[in-house]
Ligand binder design. Structure first.
Ligand SMILES: C[S@@+](CC[C@H](N)C(=O)[O-])C[C@H]1O[C@@H](n2cnc3c(N)ncnc32)[C@H](O)[C@@H]1O
Length: 429
């Protein structure tokens, strides 16, 4: 069964889950149905992606999301590109929630294009079934053209470890089969964005590329890692065809905590290959007076980290001490001269090594850390080492209490030596 739902007329009856999206400046209250909330794209991510899409010349036609969930992403596209859109969703309540969410954003952002509101439609149906959906939309007078841009964010089983392509719902190959003949193209091919799990492996990325290649040979493809900070990748998407960057197989997008600020975007890198595993750690003889910097782990994951680091004041004069985990670390002899702004939060902290402590970080040993901090005129010492979550606040609290009463002036941090049973004390200068 295929049913059409319109933002202009859809009531909220029976829709319950209604939450403010804290990433939106406007604090939009979105409806989510049948536990759709964790699946939904945060508004800020959806918006920044729509803004990025605006720079590309799309073919003629309408914008389609064939697994639209709560409709957040497709609504952002409509707002930024100022076009009516079509969202397809198997789950009826979610399709209805999408229509209401579209209306909320349209109204609250002061939308004036009645054409955009009237012509936007959500389809309760199977997003793989291009022929059937096109026939329904055409019969209802909603579309007169083919698809300009296809967005696909398939659902993944919650407890999946494998993140196999066959577990995606709907499956990429089935969507491609269903829609290929309905996609308009430019000279660079169709415009397709595949929004995938950030946890897929390199081999699975290659599988996705091969699958796209089997339907549309020779298209450009740009993998895009999006992070909202704290080293976490929120989204890993493949931009295909006329929305890919011909010369760049990779892109890193860092969305700032302040939603009014533009994202940091970096293009570059090597194509994905089986061997492409970015950076390798070495074991170095760490010396007092040299520097340690923590690097954003999401940037490391994107494979673009070395290209970016080499634009900083120390050039390529650094080595990797640690490349995995939440806090990748580099070691360098020259001070990092770039301002916090230039570093765009991708190096959250950098400092000079002033001391080594041959001890674990525990409640029993904490006084030793305080003593050394005082010796180096440190007023605040932040733990940047892996510590059990229940112990961390106790240790940090103890450091803070003991240091605040003294007369230190400097800011320091503690890092665990990557290969020895030792901690390092660094000063930010
Ligand atoms: C990850 S969510 C999409 C979230 C969306 N991007 C947003 O911003 O809210 C994937 C959705 O695909 C839907 N789905 C799964 N199989 C489908 C199919 N064959 N056709 C249409 N929708 C499907 C699921 O019900 C789910 O809501």
């Amino acid at each position: 069964m295929t049913r059409l739902v319109y933002p202009l007329t859809e009531p909220t009856t029976g829709l319950f889950e209604n939450n403010p999206d804290r990433t939106s400046v406007e604090r939009f209250r979105f409806f989510h149905a049948d536990e759709g909330k964790p699946l939904a794209t945060p508004w800020q991510v959806a918006l920044s992606r729509a803004i990025m899409l605006r720079q590309y010349q799309l073919p003629e036609g309408f914008i389609l999301d064939c697994a639209c969930g709560s409709g957040i992403q497709i609504t952002a596209y409509s707002e930024i590109l100022n076009l009516p859109v079509v969202g397809v969703e198997l789950n009826e309540s979610r399709a209805r929630a999408s229509a209401v969410n579209f209306r909320t954003v349209f109204t609250e952002r002061g939308g004036t294009s009645l054409e955009r509101l009237n012509d936007t439609v959500f389809v309760v149906g199977d997003g793989r079934n291009g022929d059937n959906i096109m026939a329904t939309l055409t019969a209802a007078g909603n579309v007169t053209q083919n698809v300009a841009f296809l967005h696909l964010d398939p659902a993944r089983p919650r407890n999946s470890r494998a993140h196999a392509l066959t577990e995606m719902a709907p499956r990429l190959d089935e969507v491609f089969t269903g829609w290929k003949k309905h996609l308009n193209e430019t000279q660079e091919g169709p415009a397709i964005l595949l929004d995938l799990s950030p946890r897929i492996s390199t081999n699975q990325m290659l599988e996705v590329e091969a699958l796209v290649e089997s339907f549309w040979p020779g298209l450009h493809k740009t993998w895009t890692w999006t992070s909202r900070g704290r080293g976490r990748i929120d989204r890993l998407a493949l931009w295909v065809g006329c929305i890919a960057e011909p010369d760049f197989p990779r892109r890193f997008v860092r969305i700032p905590p302040d939603p009014t600020q533009p994202p940091f975007i970096m293009l570059g890198g090597e194509p994905i290959t089986e061997a492409s595993k970015a950076v390798r750690a070495v074991s170095a003889n760490l010396k007092r007076g040299a520097y340690l910097s923590i690097v954003d782990s999401a940037l490391v994951e994107s494979g673009l980290v070395d290209e970016w680091l080499q634009t900083l004041s120390f050039g390529n004069e650094y080595v990797w001490l640690q490349t995995t985990g939440r806090r990748p670390i580099i070691y360098h002899q020259k001070r990092l001269e770039n301002s916090a702004e230039e570093r765009t939060n991708l190096i959250p902290i950098s400092g000079r090594i002033v001391d080594f402590i041959d001890a674990d970080l525990t409640l029993d040993s904490i006084d030793q850390f305080v003593e050394i901090a005082l010796h180096h005129d440190i007023q605040r010492l932040t733990i940047r080492a892996e510590v059990a979550p229940d112990l961390q606040p106790k240790l940090q609290g103890s450091l803070d209490r003991q240091l605040v009463r003294r007369h230190g002036t400097k800011e320091g941090f503690i890092i665990k030596h990557p290969s020895q049973a030792q901690h390092l004390i660094c000063i930010v200068d």
